[in-house]
Design a protein around this ligand. Structure first.
Ligand SMILES: Nc1ncnc2c1ncn2[C@@H]1O[C@H](COP(=O)(O)OP(=O)(O)OP(=O)(O)O)[C@@H](O)[C@H]1O
Ligand SMILES: Cc1ncc(C[n+]2csc(CCOP(=O)(O)O)c2C)c(N)n1
Ligand SMILES: [Mg+2]
Ligand SMILES: [Mg+2]
Ligand SMILES: [Mg+2]
Length: 348
């Protein structure tokens, strides 16, 4: 199958013109470029709105390998990671462009499966796939996604808006993806062993199929009390540092209040690893970390729970030079431990 037949094989008949039109698309896959109506009414978003644009890339051996992810998972997660950046601005995702660099020996079927996963995620979050690019790759598979979204003009939630005295909040558990990855990699090295007895299904799912917090981002924006927001890709500590530096303040995380999934903690125990390491530094959680006016934090939590969405109040901000600290309760009283600006870093 040549390049053009391959693209048709992966993409044709997946999304109808009318479905794409509702997302502002005037011309999708097939010409030199796509055409977007910059002022199309978007369901659920007040106008005037602003466009949001972001991109994230996944590289074989860096973000996935043959034991950690199926082709369907790679496609799903590549788009989900991008949708998460739109959620982190308080927006709704609209369209995506997909670039794939494919090892010559791969053949069309694995890529078809990758697109099955990609379109499954697109349907889940209402994203129109409007084009992309295809090249061969000398060795590894690379998937780069550009995503657009919309947010009410002037309302986007930035990393830089946190104020001293805010509550620090999180829209889901952290550390599960890193635990799932640990299991998958350990399994490769040692074969299915004793660790497999733990409840690892949820952890593997968290690693392979993250659920970006789009509804949570919209709820936070609508409250009008959320001052800053970021999504957790590189790890909780790293993202907290980004808010601390962008906003010029201290972020204090309370160890007791960090959401600790039971299956993650059980697996960490069996693997002899401190679960806090995964929770703070693991990454790929794709939940939202934000700050919100202290006097609205509990009401926000109640509103989230009413919608069936998780919401954790995990700390507070204070005036001071940018820093992140962990408040731990010990026998000898409270301990403030500075947290390193550490997390997943491609160049370390
Ligand atoms: N190669 C690049 N050229 C120009 N801008 C870039 C480049 N890489 C990243 N950026 C910009 O830097 C900022 C931070 O990007 P970064 O990728 O660190 O955030 P993120 O996507 O939220 O995190 P992650 O990639 O870990 O999911 C964004 O504004 C992004 O557009
Ligand atoms: C095989 C394999 N080894 C390691 C990891 C861990 N990992 C890779 S990239 C990243 C941060 C987010 O990426 P980015 O900063 O590019 O958004 C993390 C935690 C993995 N997923 N697969
Ligand atoms: Mg990025
Ligand atoms: Mg991000
Ligand atoms: Mg990202």
């Amino acid at each position: 199958m040549d390049e053009f037949a391959s693209i048709r094989h992966w993409t044709s008949g997946r999304q109808s013109e009318s479905w794409q039109r509702e997302r502002g698309v005037r011309l999708g896959i097939g010409d030199d470029a796509a055409l977007i109506d910059p002022a199309a009414p978007i369901a659920g978003v007040g106008s005037p709105y602003e466009y949001i644009m972001a991109m994230d890339t996944m590289v074989e051996t860096v973000h996935f390998n043959e034991v950690t992810m199926s082709y369907e998972d790679i496609g799903y997660k590549a788009l989900a990671a991008n949708v998460s950046d739109i959620a982190a601005m308080g927006g709704v995702p609209l369209q995506a462009l997909i670039s794939v660099s494919v090892p010559r020996q791969l053949g069309p079927e694995p890529m078809r499966r990758l697109y099955d996963g990609l379109y499954a995620c697109a349907e889940q979050y209402g994203v129109a796939i409007i084009g992309g690019d295809t090249t061969s790759s000398p060795q590894h598979l690379v998937v780069a996604v550009t995503v657009t979204g919309a947010v009410e003009a002037g309302q986007a939630l930035r990393r830089s808006g946190a104020r001293p005295g805010d509550a620090v909040v999180l829209t889901g558990p952290v550390g599960m993806s890193a635990a799932g990855l640990h299991f998958l990699l350990a399994q490769r090295e040692r074969g299915a062993d004793a660790l497999a007895g733990e409840r690892v299904g949820q952890l593997v799912q968290a690693h392979r199929r993250p659920s970006p917090s789009v509804r949570a981002g919209r709820l936070l924006l609508a409250r009008g009390t959320c001052h800053s927001l970021n999504d957790v890709s590189d790890g909780l500590a790293s993202e907290a540092w980004e808010i601390a530096e962008a906003s010029g303040l201290v972020v204090t995380l309370k160890e007791q209040q960090l959401p600790r999934s039971g299956s993650m903690a059980a697996y960490a125990g069996a693997a002899g690893i401190d679960p806090l390491e995964w929770m703070l530094y693991g990454g790929e959680d794709y939940v939202l970390l934000g700050t919100i006016e202290q006097n609205d934090a509990e009401a926000a939590q109640a509103a989230f729970h009413k919608e069936g969405l998780p919401f954790y109040i995990i700390g507070e901000t204070s005036a001071g030079d940018p820093a992140v600290e962990l408040l731990r309760s010990t026998d000898r009283g409270d301990l403030r431990q500075p947290l390193a600006k550490r997390g997943y870093n491609h160049f370390e």
